[in-house]
Design a protein around this ligand. Structure first.
Ligand code: NQM
Length: 364
């Protein structure tokens, strides 16, 4: 299926329909998306990292889950398929897909689908609207970054702290100095480096296009990212899509904080789901670099925080206890919507179907 999941779009496959061999699988995905090509003209990708994604679904390998979800980022302009990160937007389509494909029996009203997010080994529960036992995509919920409204899919993340880096504060510190800039590195579902926009000479309210046009800024951010990777237990991140780099500024529209996220080279039109959860978590730590930038609203034991981004705001509900380095996240929850766009067969370049091609694939 081709589905919109939150503010992303991608191909959802039964893993068993793809080659078991990883290289062949990746070649099939690259061909399906039309990569590598900045326009992805010969495939289904939408010429942006947010629309060049894949979900591979399979029977659960976790005892508490209904389905396994492996997220793969298919690069647009290089022949790469990466599994280093999870994706909370594409996750929004997994629940409906699981119901539609018989992984779980629909309940009469709402069907909770327990999803094992294989990239990080963590669990989420998505509540899929299934009135009368079939998935309902239409509804009245609006999420910023998507036109119109659709049926709400609430998602609860159960234990995502340190999902990729092994600790909520991967460097062991609330702040670090990297590349001459004070940062907060945090992983609550997504490894993120928080930076004050003004420390890089920006207001933090620029448009994604303005930020992407600034080569000096992009170079500086990349140097910080490459240095942050090993400090965050991610090793050499030259080719990885993590950590994400988020510029922070005071909120402009009544929210908690304003963000601009490099994911890591293009600037997000909104913000990633788990990216937003990590940003919210970093910003509630009293001594983090967000101190003084957040709205006066203090996080209580249970709070909903509006994380502003270029096309609106993203609400994250969090339940935490403790403070600073001892902060413990009990639960993070949010609302997404998803829509089935197409179901069918995707045609793969003939050359990729032949085993010989594996040796020569760079030339195809
Ligand atoms: O952070 C973009 C997206 C994402 C990832 C990215 C995401 C998340 O918006 O969970 O959803 O950061 O690459 O789909």
């Amino acid at each position: 299926m081709l589905m919109r999941g939150g503010t992303s779009k991608g191909l959802y496959f039964a893993a068993s329909d793809l080659p078991a061999d990883k290289m062949m699988r990746d070649l099939v995905l690259l061909s399906a998306m039309g990569s590598p090509d900045v326009r992805q003209i010969d495939g289904l990708g939408g010429a942006h990292p947010l629309t060049s994604k894949a979900a591979l679904l399979s029977p659960p390998t976790h005892p508490a889950a209904d389905i396994d979800y492996l997220f793969l980022q298919v690069s647009v302009d290089t022949a790469e398929v990466r599994d280093d990160q999870n994706c909370g937007n594409i996750l929004a389509g997994v629940g409906p897909w699981a119901v539609e494909n018989g992984f779980i029996q629909a309940q009469p009203d709402i069907t909770p689908v327990r999803i094992h997010m294989v990239n990080t080994g963590t669990l989420a529960v998505a509540y899929v609207p299934t009135p009368g036992g079939t998935v309902e995509y239409d509804g009245l919920t609006r999420i910023d970054g998507v036109p119109g409204t659709a049926a709400a899919i609430p998602i609860d993340f159960l234990d995502i702290a340190g999902s990729s880096c092994g600790a909520l504060l991967p460097t062991g510190n609330v702040t670090d100095e990297i590349g001459g800039v004070e940062v907060t590195c945090v992983d609550n579902g997504m490894p993120v480096v928080l930076i004050r926009a003004t420390d890089l000479g920006k207001t933090g309210h620029e448009s994604p296009a303005e930020l992407e046009a600034d080569d000096v800024l992009k170079h500086r951010i990349e140097l910080i990212r490459l240095a942050a990777g090993p400090l965050m237990n991610l090793g050499d991140v030259t080719k990885k899509t993590v950590p994400k780099m988020t510029l922070l500024a005071p909120a402009k529209n009544g929210g908690f904080i304003s963000t601009r996220s490099f994911i890591p080279h293009r600037v997000h039109e909104a913000i990633g789901v788990l990216g937003a959860v990590s940003v919210a978590t970093g910003c509630v730590m009293p001594a983090s670099i967000a101190s003084g930038l957040t709205s006066t609203k203090q996080i209580e034991e249970s709070s909903t925080l509006d994380i502003e981004h270029p096309t609106g705001a993203f609400s994250v509900s969090m339940k935490v206890n403790g403070e600073g380095k001892m902060l413990k996240v009990e639960r993070a929850a949010l609302l997404r919507t998803a829509r089935k766009l197409m179901k069918g067969e995707v045609y793969i370049k003939g050359a990729i179907r032949s085993a010989d091609m594996v040796e020569n694939w760079e030339h195809v």
